[in-house]
Design a protein around this ligand. Structure first.
Ligand SMILES: Nc1ncnc2c1ncn2[C@@H]1O[C@H](COP(=O)(O)OP(=O)(O)OP(=O)(O)O)[C@@H](O)[C@H]1O
Ligand SMILES: [Mg+2]
Length: 420
């Protein structure tokens, strides 16, 4: 029987790096470095012979690189969980590494605490291998992995100020993630006056309404029949065709619907209305991440600041809210830095102002990232934001134990003012 130790394989082409990593781990009682590989080929071999729990994988190596090796190892040795070690600027690599099956990332240089924390985190949430029926030893056949707990990530794009760019950002984040191969859905959570249909040039033949009746008990078949596929391979759930129809949808049915979508999609982007009604609040509660959109002007700053206060009253983790500045430009009186300083929050992305590209996209119903403007700085920034979300959210799942949903009899206002 294997020991209870966490068995680690270190993969890096530089012997000094391998040695450094080994040293960082040498005093951990329950962590055992079982082997070291200097190439991707060696890593693939050792993964099979040593059956490590965790593989610390460098990306840049001659021959088969870390991504190629990860891909091969995820197929051959699914029990081995891969943590990529990389320099910060490789966001495109990281994204590909994730697609190749990596579970987490460490940015070089890293310290012992960080390394050990990542190892334990990934180890603790490794998928359990189903007790497969006995089969011939050494066939190299992949072991069946139990389907992972449903864990799609819900990302709400919200601004307390209308017209800030939420729809543009939500749509293009969705397109970016879909283009990276994630199974991605976009929900128009601006139920009364949602713009997603127009901006994607789609007809609301089906909508959120079709799912709101049995929102807590949706099966995949029903969801797939209602969700419409956009050319970008984004799966879209539109707002109802007429504003008054939105009333049927309740906060609870919206929450239930989103939770059901988690079972199917890797990412669920939700465009929201700026009015903080029950629906919006239900979306924000359910979301794993809120992309909060600000602009460089005082009214926006004021409202965003109030929203941060609110998010504290609602007891959201501070990491739950990611501040983004849209229409960023050096020419404005308030700089992006001012915003960050005033709000005492990092601005995780400044999305440049680009009237012509953004408006062409909207007018033609073709998202920025699929059209001829996909290399413009505004598009690049949204792609980067998508990368950032992937890095932050994928892998972090199952870590947080969300408190059970309390029932909130008094509606959302009492929640706002009742707490704290
Ligand atoms: N990065 C940008 N550069 C230039 N213009 C932009 C940018 N982002 C958004 N806009 C403009 O701002 C307007 C509002 O954008 P969008 O509809 O995406 O915002 P919204 O927050 O969803 O608005 P609403 O509150 O109406 O739902 C659009 O006309 C668009 O042209
Ligand atoms: Mg909008």
């Amino acid at each position: 029987m294997m020991s209870d130790n966490i068995r680690v394989l270190i993969v890096d082409d530089l012997p000094e790096t391998r040695e450094n990593v080994r040293k960082l781990l040498q005093f951990e009682q329950d962590v055992e470095v079982v082997n070291q590989a200097g190439t991707g080929e060696q890593a693939i071999e050792m993964a099979q012979t040593d059956q490590p729990d965790i593989i610390l994988m460098d990306i840049n190596m001659p021959g088969i690189d870390g991504i190629g090796a990860s891909q091969r190892i995820s197929e051959l040795v699914p029990r081995a969980q891969i943590i990529i070690m990389s320099v910060q600027s490789d966001s495109d690599y990281l994204r590909r590494a994730m697609m190749a099956g990596a579970r987490d990332f460490l940015t070089k240089p890293f310290g012992g605490d960080e390394l050990v924390a990542a190892i334990r985190r990934v180890y603790d949430k490794r998928p359990t291998i189903t007790a497969a029926p006995p089969r011939g030893q050494g066939t190299g056949a992949p072991v069946a992995v139990a389907p992972e707990a449903a864990a799609g990530n819900i990302v709400a794009v919200f601004s307390p100020k209308g017209g800030s760019g939420c729809s543009t950002i939500a749509i293009n984040l969705g397109v970016s993630l879909a283009q990276s191969g994630f199974n991605t859905a976009l929900v128009d959570g601006s139920l009364q006056f949602g713009d997603v249909a127009v901006m994607l040039n789609m007809k609301p033949m089906t909508s959120v309404l079709d799912l709101s009746d049995n929102a807590n008990d949706l099966d995949n078949e029903l969801i797939s029949s209602v969700v419409q596929k956009h050319q970008s391979s984004l799966n879209v759930l539109l707002a109802p065709p007429r504003p008054e129809m939105a009333e049927v949808v309740t906060e609870d049915s919206m929450k239930g619907m989103l939770d059901s979508l988690r079972q199917i999609y890797d990412f669920i982007l939700v465009d929201t209305s700026s009015s903080l009604n029950g629906i919006t609040l239900g979306i924000l509660d359910t979301a794993d991440r809120i992309v909060l959109v600000a602009q460089q002007n005082l009214p926006s700053l004021k409202n965003v600041s109030r929203f941060f206060d609110l998010s504290e009253s609602l007891e959201y983790d501070s990491e739950k809210v990611s501040l983004v500045v849209n229409r960023a430009s050096d020419k404005r009186g308030i700089s992006v830095k001012d915003i960050s300083n005033t709000l005492k929050r990092p601005v995780i992305m400044a999305i440049p102002d680009d009237d012509s590209a953004v408006n062409t996209a909207i007018d033609q119903g073709v998202p920025l990232l699929t059209g001829s403007n996909k290399r413009r700085p505004v598009s690049v920034a949204i792609n980067k934001l998508a990368d950032q979300l992937v890095q932050d959210l994928v892998g972090e799942k199952d870590m947080k134990s969300k408190p059970a949903e309390e029932s909130q009899p008094g509606g959302f206002f009492s929640r706002l003012f009742g707490k704290r």
